[in-house]
Each structure stands twice: as structure tokens, then as C-alpha cells.
Design a protein around this ligand. Structure first.
Ligand code: CP
Length: 356
């Protein structure tokens, strides 16, 4: 059994196989014909932070695959409060076939996977966002410049070193792409991320570059990607972050004009319009952000099937019929009254509670 915690845990060939499955499921969805390969299966979705795309895409993906998803929001389950992470993992493993978790700390999802007996999918942590960047690779492959392959393209990530930046650096370099992070020095990718990207690039033929020269960076971009300049726990840093990024690192029309005309604009969303990106760009002809958002749905379907299907017991027709017969005959011969009782209310002994 495997978990989906980091794209680095998978080979390029495995990720290509996953992307091919996502493509098949997307085509099936276009024909309203997604096979119910996760029929009657359940996904437990743990969220320690808010979400629109991740929550909705996983929940809808499970329904389209014939299964069911449970949204377990902060404060509604005993995760790490009144109950250990280990106990939560064991209990969810007994009731669900797969778990998705968005956790504040990366170590939480790693520990959850370590204790879980069913596959765990990382739905974003303070370190990375692997499901997002599989979706991004799909979106890029659907929006390639004329006559070019993915490994002939350059992605320029403009702005803060977010969890998406970390994951995008890893997956693009694994696929032989050139990755450039353009940010002020204090917000640039740390050496440990660059080391991962460089090791990937050495194997794949890609490259990694970090620079504060955003104008030079976008001049060679096929894809320009940005993300929020601050997250919920960084609101006290807004003045210093704005001062560092604005106006030079805002993706606006002036910056897009420095890029080749074919360059596409991408954003994982949510976006702060007028902050890291302007309305003209996000709503403009080069933007693919809503195709990208829709691709989260197709990506989650692929990841759920790819990871979970091999772990599922598939009972034979003979076993199904045996249990149906046994349960049916038990129901027929159960001793409780078939007809409504004619006894007056209160004539029977009340049931005694045996719990609590
Ligand atoms: N991109 C992304 O993960 O969006 P949500 O925070 O809405 O899930």
C-alpha cells in the first residue's frame, strides 16, 4: 500500500502512468460515463484549514466514482485533541477506504500515513501541495506552445516560496522542465528545495534557477505561475510582504508583455485580485486558471483510483450471493413483530440503556 504525500515518492514513469489515467477519467467525464470503480467506498477528508477546490474536487470525485466522502472539518473530530493521531488513524482505517488530509504541519500528514492502514493523500501542508501540481502538469500539457514538448518548456514562478512553489519546483524538474523562481531574496526558495530540484534536473535534463530579476525571468517563460503573498497565519506580516513584492512582482499586464505572446498564466487559487495578480491578467486571454481549477477534479479522480483500487477487496459474485442469501434468510426468520403492535402505549417494558 502506498500513500500520496510527496510527488518525490514516485518515479517519473509512475507519475506518467497516473497522468494517463487522469486523462482517461477526464475523457470519461466529458461523456458523463465515469465508471464506478470506487462503488460503495468511502473517503475520510480531514481539514485543519479551509478549502474550496481541494474539498469540492475530492468530494465530487468520489461521487463520480460511485463512492462517498465525509468532510471532517476542524473541531468536529478529535484529531490530536482528546484522542491521539494514532487512534484517529486506526479508527478511520477501519471505516474508510482512503483518507485525504490537509494539515497545518507536514509532519502531521506524514505521521497519519505512518499509522494508517489505508492510503493517505496529502491535501496540502505547510511544506507541499502534491495533488495541486499533478493537476498543474496536466494543465500545462494541455496548453503547450505549438510544436513543443513539456520538457522543452520553462515555468516561471513569481512570488513567495509557498508550498505550491516547493511542489512545482519538484514535479517540473522531475519531468525535465526548466523551473525559475523569481522573488525578492528574502522570499526565494531555500537551498534544500533547490537541491531536490537540481537532483531531479540532473536525471531528467531540466534545470532550476532562482533570481530576483523577474523581468528577465518572464522573458523566457512558457508558463507564468503565481500564488498568494501571505497565508492565514502570516497576516501580521502583510505590510512588509507588500513592500517586498509590490509593484515589481505583481503579475500585471506590464509584466505579461515582457513574456512571449504564447505564455500562459496559472494560479492555484484562491487569488488575491489586485495583489499578486491583476484582474486584467487573471481574466485575460492568456489565463488558464479555471481550466486548471477544473483539472483538480479530474486529478483527484485519478489519484483516488490509482492509489486505492489496488488495495480494495473485490468480492466474487459467488461471495456476494452467499452473503445476500445468509442475510436475507436471517431477516425473514427474525423474531420481532412483523405487524404493528395492538398493545396500548406504555404497556411494554421500556428498553434499558446499556451504554454511557
Ligand atoms: N488550490 C487549492 O488548494 O485551493 P483550496 O485551498 O481552495 O483547496
Amino acid at each position: 500500500m502506498r500513500h500520496f504525500i510527496d510527488t518525490q515518492d514516485f518515479s517519473r514513469e509512475e507519475l506518467e502512468e497516473l497522468l494517463a489515467l487522469i486523462g482517461l477519467l477526464k475523457d470519461a467525464d466529458r461523456d458523463a460515463a465515469v465508471p464506478h470503480v470506487l462503488h460503495d467506498r468511502s473517503l475520510g477528508m480531514i481539514f485543519e484549514e479551509p478549502s474550496t477546490r481541494t474539498r469540492v474536487s475530492f468530494e465530487v470525485a468520489m461521487v463520480k466514482l460511485g463512492g462517498h466522502a465525509l468532510y471532517l472539518k476542524p473541531g468536529e473530530i478529535h484529531l490530536g485533541v482528546r484522542e491521539s493521531l494514532y487512534d484517529t488513524a486506526k479508527v478511520l482505517s477501519r471505516m474508510c477506504d482512503v483518507i485525504e488530509a490537509r494539515t497545518l504541519k507536514h509532519s502531521t500528514v506524514v505521521d497519519l500515513a505512518g499509522d494508517s492502514d489505508v492510503p493517505v493523500i496529502n491535501g496540502l501542508t505547510d511544506y507541499n501541495h502534491p495533488t495541486q501540481v499533478v493537476c498543474d502538469l496536466l494543465t500545462m500539457s494541455e496548453n503547450l506552445p505549438e510544436g513543443r514538448r513539456l520538457d522543452e518548456c520553462t515555468v516561471v514562478f513569481v512570488g513567495d516560496r509557498t508550498n505550491v512553489c516547493s511542489s512545482l519546483m519538484a514535479i517540473t524538474t522531475q519531468f525535465g522542465m526548466s523551473f525559475v523562481h523569481a522573488a525578492p531574496p528574502a522570499y526565494q526558495a531555500p537551498p534544500e528545495w533547490i537541491a531536490i530540484g537540481e537532483a531531479n534536473a540532473e536525471r531528467s535534463g531540466g534545470s532550476v534557477r532562482v533570481t530576483d530579476d523577474v523581468e528577465d525571468a518572464v522573458a523566457g517563460a512558457d508558463f507564468i505561475y503565481t500564488d498568494l503573498w501571505w497565508w492565514v497565519d502570516q497576516e501580521d506580516q502583510i505590510p512588509e510582504r507588500k513592500a517586498a513584492f509590490m509593484p515589481r512582482y505583481q503579475v500585471n499586464e506590464a509584466l505579461m508583455k515582457r513574456a512571449p505572446a504564447h505564455a500562459k498564466f496559472m494560479h492555484c487559487l484562491p487569488a488575491s485580485r489586485g495583489v499578486e495578480v491583476t484582474d486584467e491578467v487573471i481574466d485575460g486571454p492568456q489565463s488558464v486558471v479555471f481550466d486548471q481549477a477544473e483539472n483538480r477534479l479530474h486529478t483527484e479522480k485519478g489519484i483516488l483510483v490509482w492509489l486505492t483500487y489496488p488495495t480494495l477487496q473485490q468480492p466474487s459474485d459467488e461471495v456476494l450471493r452467499k452473503h445476500e442469501r445468509l442475510i436475507d434468510s436471517h431477516l425473514k426468520f427474525m423474531s420481532w413483530d412483523r405487524e404493528p403492535s395492538t398493545e396500548p402505549a406504555g404497556a411494554r417494558e421500556p428498553a434499558q440503556p446499556n451504554h454511557g
